[in-house]
Design a protein around this ligand. Structure first.
Ligand SMILES: Nc1nc2c(c(=O)[nH]1)N[C@H]1C(S)=C(S)[C@@H](COP(=O)(O)O)O[C@H]1N2
Ligand SMILES: [Mo]
Length: 319
């Protein structure tokens, strides 16, 4: 029998087996720590060496100063459903993803539609490093140093027309390399969308690297979005098409569960998900299931920069 694991499971919904697994992980980590700093240093250096270097110039104006989530957690605790529903599936299975050659088509309501090679995109604007919060709709969060630049740099290059009101992002579909797409949790390929002013906001980032290294496949190589004031599912991975539209696109999550996942998906502690509260979050790397949860901030703490985009809108209805 095929048992489908529901997406977006909460810590409070975990089985005793999951808790046991988490305890075992904790004991393993404790044992590694007990083996001394030399051992821990070796482990992180080994993970580090797998990816090529991709430094970015720090952009402190667009960065938070909180403690960064360890590279190990950022690259082994992932959501990339094309590779499976477990957090560890992407890191174990995404090596099969073919990321070269790679091209991204930018078309729709633009004066100069174009297909860009990944090497062109890497050179289109100076690489910056920005430290962003990432808040998943499931109730966990991370702080991640991304390498990339504002999406607006790419959109400006194709000259949006006056009809461009929305942007649709389509992510890669390689069924033979993606065991997760056999499950029908979502309609593939994974599609996301932003309003044009959101897409043009300087915080909306086209990401090519993390921690000064080329993006690992499980994190959405060779390029993905980071939209830090929205739930993580808006930050689509492994982009192949960016289409400017007059009408609001339908995202994969909206199509799958319209009452649970809206188009806007702004982080909002006051609007609970139908099946759980969004008031607090668990910061990954801070001690597992038993660490105290943090308060979730409106717009994930980016309200000063983005709240004006939503003036006059009812954010309970437009969740
Ligand atoms: N193509 C694709 N993009 C995706 C997802 C996915 O399943 N497929 N998951 C989203 C979700 S739910 C989150 S929280 C972030 C996780 O990014 P990370 O694994 O780099 O932390 O990626 C988002 N982008
Ligand atoms: Mo997520």
């Amino acid at each position: 029998m095929h048992v489908r694991k529901p997406p977006h499971i909460l810590p409070s919904e975990l089985t005793s087996e999951d808790v046991w697994q988490s305890r075992r992980d904790w004991m393993t980590r404790t044992a590694v720590a007990a083996a001394g700093l030399g051992m821990a240093g070796w482990t992180s250096r080994a993970a580090w060496a797998q990816e090529g270097s991709l430094p970015g110039v720090p952009n402190p104006a667009l960065s938070v100063t909180e403690a960064q989530t360890p590279y190990k957690d950022v690259t082994t605790y992932n959501n990339y459903y094309e590779f499976g529903l477990d957090k560890s599936d992407p890191a174990r299975r995404a090596d099969k993803l073919v990321v070269r050659p790679w091209a991204v088509t930018v078309d729709g309501e633009v004066g100069k539609p174009r297909t860009f090679d990944i090497d062109e995109l890497l050179r289109l604007a100076p690489m910056e490093e920005r430290i962003y919060r990432l808040r998943c709709v499931e109730g966990w969060s991370m702080v991640i140093p991304w390498e990339g630049y504002s999406l607006s740099r790419l959109l400006q290059a194709v000259e949006p027309t006056g009809n461009a009101k929305f942007v649709e992002f389509t992510t890669v579909l390689q069924p033979e390399n993606m065991p997760g797409v056999r499950s029908r949790v979502l309609d593939w390929p994974y599609v996301e969308g932003l309003r044009m002013d959101e897409a043009m906001h300087p915080l909306t980032m086209l990401v090519f690297g993390v921690y000064g290294k080329v993006l690992p496949k499980q994190n959405g190589a060779p390029l993905r979005l980071a939209v830090p004031w929205k739930y993580g599912f808006k930050s689509a991975k492994s982009l192949v098409r960016i289409r400017l539209l007059e009408r609001e696109p339908v995202s994969s999550w909206m199509a799958a569960a319209p009452s649970e996942y809206g188009f806007y998906a702004n982080v909002n502690p006051d609007v609970p998900h139908p099946r759980w509260s969004q008031a607090t979050e668990r910061r990954i790397g801070e001690g597992g299931l038993f660490a105290p949860r943090r308060a979730t901030l409106p717009f994930n703490g980016y309200g000063e920069q983005v709240a004006a985009l939503y003036q006059g809108m009812d954010l309970r209805r437009n969740f």
